[in-house]
Ligand binder design. Structure first.
Ligand code: SAH
Length: 408
């Protein structure tokens, strides 16, 4: 966070408890509402000074009057802060510079990742000539901030359009007025993007997340390194893994419960074949609409065998409370997949639940392997792509786990 910004002297000060102050001193950037000592009458989304019980300054933060995360630090006490829009502009430039250094072989990537880019509550994804943004906090939703973000992105990228994806639940929790997903600028809502040489259709106002699972980009390429033979991509969505595997494998089947996702997957496959018939090994990917748990049970019972299986389920643990159920879900999936892998098979298994730690996930896989008497060797222990940076002292910024294992 090496930025200059001085909160106007008039900015209110929020005093926080010892526990909150310790958290910030440990390098985190959040303070929970239960750790606020005084914040009465502070307007939603304000830029505030943060101080400990003894009034010692801790930095500058964005205040939310609604979220349990009341304070999101944007600068430490030794960093000056002028005004918020200036800071936002500077941080956007830094986020872009980071991608220029570390992201390659794609025209789709996360350009700004909230806390991990020191812009809490702002997410911007680039899909070729379209940008898609999400605003999650009161401070980022303020009109002058929105205008700054749009101006900065436009100046840098001259995008054909900028879309905003809104989540009604998040807006309600943050006490923001409802707002539809829409194009904020330009009128082009669809495009084609390319990652690792594979092409994908993108529709700015449809689909899950902001359109694709960009966090898996590097894992797609890694999975394709090891994939071989007959492959199964479970929870395939629009074909992220399947399309990459198709270049290496003799036969690929993608499975998802969402018909709209599979329709895009099929269009994506056709697009890649039409542009380069050799690209997909001359094969047709089979897309199956099914509940993954049912399908795996049936296929395992029928004695089906594969050489490569990808498991990339949705987040099973949305909160700590559902952790045990989630772990059982992960175990069942992995167990069934392991049963179906031929010796020398490759399992690519993912979890995007923040609440499931790396250690939990490894333990679940170990349990599954013991139950089915298979020996696993970890080829790669991976996380999210570098355009979704992880802040070492903010564990919540790391959520994706992707293990690639050799199964004996
Ligand atoms: N692997 C994908 C992302 C998967 S996201 C990619 O890289 O792009 C999780 C997917 O699981 C979603 O597409 C969702 O439709 C699907 N899904 C959720 N529950 C399911 C279930 N019970 N059976 C099959 N698919 C399911």
């Amino acid at each position: 966070m090496a930025s200059k910004a001085v909160p106007p002297k008039s900015s209110p000060t929020v005093k926080i408890s010892r526990r909150g102050a310790d958290r910030l001193r440990d390098g985190h950037v959040w303070v929970y509402r239960s750790d606020l000592i005084s914040a009465d009458g502070i307007p939603p989304g304000s830029l505030v000074h943060v101080a400990d019980e003894r009034a010692k300054p801790l930095g500058t933060a964005l205040y939310s009057s609604a979220s349990q995360i009341a304070i999101r630090l944007i600068a430490r006490s030794h960093e000056e802060v002028a005004d918020f829009p200036t800071l936002v502009r500077e941080r956007i430039r830094q986020a872009i510079a980071y991608r220029e250094r570390f992201v390659s072989n794609t025209d789709a990537y996360r350009l700004i990742f909230s806390e991990a880019d020191f812009l809490p509550g702002l997410i911007v994804d680039r899909y070729n000539d379209l940008l898609s943004l999400q605003i999650l906090t009161q401070a980022m939703d303020a009109e002058p901030v929105r205008q700054t973000v749009l101006a900065e992105l436009t100046e840098k990228f001259h995008p054909a359009a900028i879309a905003e994806r809104t989540d009604p639940k998040i807006r309600e929790l943050e006490q923001l007025p409802p707002r539809p997903s829409s194009l904020l600028q330009g009128d082009k809502a669809a495009t084609i993007f390319t990652m690792n040489g594979v092409k994908f259709h993108f529709d700015a106002l449809a689909g899950q997340k902001t359109g694709a699972f960009l966090d898996q980009r590097e894992n797609y390429a890694a999975a394709a390194e090891y994939a071989h033979g007959e492959a199964l991509d479970i929870f395939c969505y629009q074909g992220g893994f399947a399309l990459h595997l198709a270049r290496k494998c003799s036969q690929v089947t993608g499975v998802d419960s969402s018909r709209p996702a599979l329709e895009v997957a099929e269009r994506n496959a056709a697009l890649n074949v039409s542009l380069d018939p050799g690209n997909m090994n001359g094969q047709e990917i089979e897309w199956i609409e099914a509940n993954a748990f049912d399908l795996l049970r049936d296929y395992a019972a029928a004695g089906r065998q594969y050489d490569t299986i990808v498991l990339d389920p949705p987040a099973f643990a949305k909160s700590k409370k559902t952790l045990d159920t989630a772990l059982r879900g992960y175990k069942e999936l992995n167990l069934r997949a392991l049963k179906m892998l031929r010796p020398g098979g490759i399992l690519v298994t993912c979890s995007c639940s923040y609440h499931v730690s790396q250690a939990d996930f490894l333990e679940v896989l170990a349990q599954a392997s013991r139950d089915v008497h298979r020996t696993l060797r970890i080829l790669e222990n991976r996380g999210q792509a570098k355009d979704h940076p992880t802040l070492l002292t903010v564990p919540e910024t790391a959520y994706l786990k992707c293990l690639i294992v050799d199964v004996r």
